[in-house]
Design a protein around this ligand. Structure first.
Ligand SMILES: [Zn+2]
Length: 281
């Protein structure tokens, strides 16, 4: 039987039988792995808190017949701000799901673990708009995954991106407004690629493109240390980062869909009011 202990971020916890939980964790040196938590129902409150999703805990494991089991867990950082806000909790679930997608057992947690911890910390404690935190995370995650577009110049003319520019999502580059309109000097962007995929062009402002450049190049600890003041740039930045990450990972995320449903007006409330009216008649 092999014992080891490490700090680990709980990415997911699913019930396994009546009393056990299957944890997916991400740890420095060990990467992402699964471990079984036995008798979760009979644990003391402090230990339960240490095995909740999106908690960083110091954990002791033992391995038997190729299966890892949790022996002890002590919470290091619970990100309490996430626990009192459903919206933030749904976004944390999405961040954890992306982290799971971008890590595996062979890697050491690399840059994705500090990025995820940094993002959970911002979501939990910062006053920054959550859509902006999500966008910075998505853009840096895309860079960590190796999809690092060049956004500091126009890919076509090599010049400054200008106030109106576009992110070519499939091509991983920025194109200035002039190049997009002046078809005479440039070959037009094909509507369908060789792979049969439709081109996606996300409009950007110069500020949004500069933000993208900053988030790619900044030191990990400084990625949130900038401001995008105008609302248009913030919205375009947020739209483009999500489209880019999802496109390049070639998948959607159920947790992101849940988060978006949370943002939408609640249709069941509307339906209830219709039902009430019908009854009145
Ligand atoms: Zn250009």
């Amino acid at each position: 039987m092999q014992h080891f202990s490490t700090d680990a971020l709980i990415l997911r916890a699913t019930p396994r039988g009546d009393h056990d939980k299957l944890l997916m964790v991400l740890a420095p040196k060990f990467g992402r792995f699964y471990a079984i938590l036995k008798g979760a129902g009979s644990m003391r409150h402090r230990e339960v808190a240490a095995t909740e999703p999106y908690t960083l805990s110091n954990m002791e494991f033992y391995e038997k017949n190729g299966v890892k089991w949790v022996k002890n867990a002590t919470a290091v950082e619970t990100f309490p701000g996430l626990r009192t806000d459903m919206d933030k909790l749904f976004l944390a679930a999405y961040v954890a799901e992306v982290a799971a997608e971008l890590s595996d057992e062979r890697e050491d947690g690399g840059e994705i673990l500090p990025l995820t911890l940094n993002t959970l910390h911002m979501l939990s404690s910062s006053k920054e708009e959550r859509q902006h935190i999500k966008a910075v995370f998505e853009w840096r995650a895309a860079a960590v995954a190796g999809f690092m577009p060049e956004v500091d110049h126009c890919q076509r003319c090599g010049g400054a991106v200008g106030e109106q520019c576009y992110l070519d999502v499939m091509g991983g580059a920025v194109i200035c407004g002039a190049c997009l309109q002046t078809a005479s000097a440039m070959r037009p962007i094909p509507e369908v690629s060789e792979m049969g995929e439709r081109s996606i062009l996300c409009p950007l402002t110069a500020s949004a493109a500069a933000a993208m450049d900053y988030v790619i190049k900044a030191d990990q600890k400084r990625i949130f240390a900038f401001q995008l003041k105008d609302e248009l740039s913030r919205n375009l930045f947020a739209r483009a980062t999500e489209a880019y990450l999802l496109h390049h990972l070639e998948r959607g995320f159920p947790t992101l869909e849940s988060y978006k449903r949370m943002q939408a007006p609640h249709p069941h409330l509307f339906q209830n009011s219709i039902l009430t009216r019908t009854e009145d008649i």
